[in-house]
Design a protein around this ligand. Sequence first.
Ligand SMILES: Cc1ncc(COP(=O)(O)O)c(C=O)c1O
Length: 477
Amino acid sequence: MAADPRLDGTSIAPSVLDLIGNTPLVRLTRLSEVEQIPSVLAMKMETTNPGGSSKDRPALEMILAAERDGLLPPGGTIVEPTSGNTGVGLAIVAAQRGYRCVFVMTDKVAPEKVSLLQAYGAEVVVCPVAVEPDDPQSYYSVAARLTEELAAFRPNQYANPANPAAHVRTTGPELWEQTAGRITHFVAGAGTCGSLTGTARYLKSRNPDVRIIAADPEGSVFSGGSGRPYLVEGVGEDFFPAAWEPDLYDEVIAISDEESFLTARRVSEIEGILIGGSGGMAVAAAIQVAKRAGPDDIVVVFNPDSGRGYLSRVFNDEWMANYGFTRECERCVGAVLDTRAGMAELLYVNPDQTVREAIALMRANGVSQLPVCKNTPPFAAAEVSGAIDELEVMEAIAGDPGVMTMAVEKVMGPKLPTIGVGQPIERAVQMLEVAPALLVLSGGRPLAVITRTDILTYFEAAADLPADALSPEAPGA
Ligand SMILES: Cc1ncc(COP(=O)(O)O)c(C=O)c1O
């Protein structure tokens, strides 16, 4: 649309698209004091983009590029398999520029994410998560079929050069201007690598000495992991996307889920800036960098989105405690493990081991349940696929002796209920009224299995303590 002269001299933006980018940079003054950071540590606040995240930038750039390249005719359709921030960005741009948007996602996605995209007028197709990628119902297959049937444009942010280009054009120059060319370090999480690589390209073109630091969840391939699961959302990968450009990065720092989440909560509390788990991860890495940096250095950390999207997880006390990220009491499940001598490591079986092997392991260690976990320790909670129970195995073998040589995954039962290492012993007692054993999580990872016998052993040992020592709220406990 042609510029309207009535807006001349005003600061009325012609459309919401003109509000994408130019996000503020704010010093993390209180955090810097607490952490005794000698350099200047500042945060790029991507929450002030209209969609609330950094993804508005690539969404706009990818659509403008598709229009230029003739891939998206007027009134055309955009299909993308996404449930997150990129979907919001695309939906905003599509609303402004008159496109139809269809997002494909799995039924694992939280219902509010579906509602959020629908609120922008997008259509959402939900596919079952529990099917193989080549199943016609899988979300990959459905996205491919819809793209073809609707003759749609598929932005594919993981391979689209317009994604990093958005940050070369906007984020990089903004940071250069906002720091008067004095930025010395840029720290960001990486998913598609668009923000990290695009911003790095620009900053290095202005000053090759600017240090670029990627923050990465432990387990992700960017920091040398094998792509095993973690809980922080939106960052890290199990493959290298097109924009991965390691020559541009000076350092990759791996950060645990625990440190990411606790840092997000701390920043929100002490700075009054509500950030998500991936923002917490980036800040945790930036604190390390800023502590090493000199007094004249300016360290910028990229905060991609708001903590509002993570209220049911990172900011939910119950969720955090259940994964063993926080302590709810002084005398908690961890104390039961402390009284248990000589069984430090987690006993488990892999899904492809035989039932015979599982029985041998249970017998050798005098236990009646084993979690079934993929890979080798340290496990992520998501790598637990079920449990083997002595009683159930016995019944199965009685009915069919062939079960003995079968793979554990064929006969395993549901996963053991989980409890956080910092949750009250009373909660474990309640849960053990119905479950034979519990899987204890610490820092989001399985730590041990506890049973009624463990609790009784603890009570027995604690009997020598003052009577109120068994209460989780015991004063001075
Ligand atoms: C929620 C979220 N999505 C995506 C990303 C990654 O950005 P990009 O895809 O540009 O690498 C981040 C980075 O921190 C993020 O936190």
